[in-house]
Design a protein around this ligand. Structure first.
Ligand code: NI
Length: 172
């Protein structure tokens, strides 16, 4: 097990469309375990492979509330197959440190993916877990949550993020 380096916006790997996983081999299994460890250490509730520099369609998430048993999901080649309703909740991202904003998402989605044993899984996710799935699957399309902002709000984000990054560099 190893902690992986999380890539930050504007790293180009975050803007690439990730490749489907064609074989769940030792590389993918080890990557998944290391992503889980990296997510918990951050701490975060989700992580997509492009965030650790690997442009493949693999995500991990755990949306369990603090002090409750984990609900770890490792999803290979995840796809949203249906969606209903709307929600508008605050999001952040380990690849966009220090910035949070509300984003429109579907309230309830059905997701299909393969688990690490190669078994097909179909599940319904709602509310916060639905947000996490949509956010992580977006990463596989090269999209960040801030890409859902209007162009005006996105230019405000860029200015604010530049300041956040400058402050962090000064602290190092
Ligand atoms: Ni993210």
């Amino acid at each position: 097990m190893a902690l992986l380096t999380i890539r930050h916006y504007p790293d180009p790997v975050l803007q690439q469309v990730a490749q489907p996983v064609t074989e769940i081999d030792e590389f993918i299994k080890t990557l998944a375990q290391n992503m889980v460890e990296t997510m918990y250490a951050a701490p975060g509730v989700g992580l997509a492979a492009p965030q650790v520099g690997i442009s493949q369609r693999l995500i991990v998430l755990d949306c369990a509330p603090k002090d409750e048993p984990s609900q770890l999901i490792i999803a290979v080649n995840p796809v949203v197959v249906s969606r209903e309703g709307e929600q508008f909740e605050e999001e952040g991202c380990l690849s966009v440190p220090g910035y949070y904003c509300r984003i429109h998402r579907s309230q309830r989605i059905t997701v299909r993916f393969l688990d690490l044993q190669g078994q097909a899984v179909e599940m319904v996710a709602e509310d916060f877990q639905a947000v996490a799935f949509q956010h992580e699957i977006d990463h596989l399309e090269g999209l960040l949550f801030v890409d859902h902002l209007s162009s005006l709000k996105k230019s405000m984000f860029r200015k604010k993020y530049t300041k956040i990054m400058e402050q962090q560099e000064q602290q190092l």
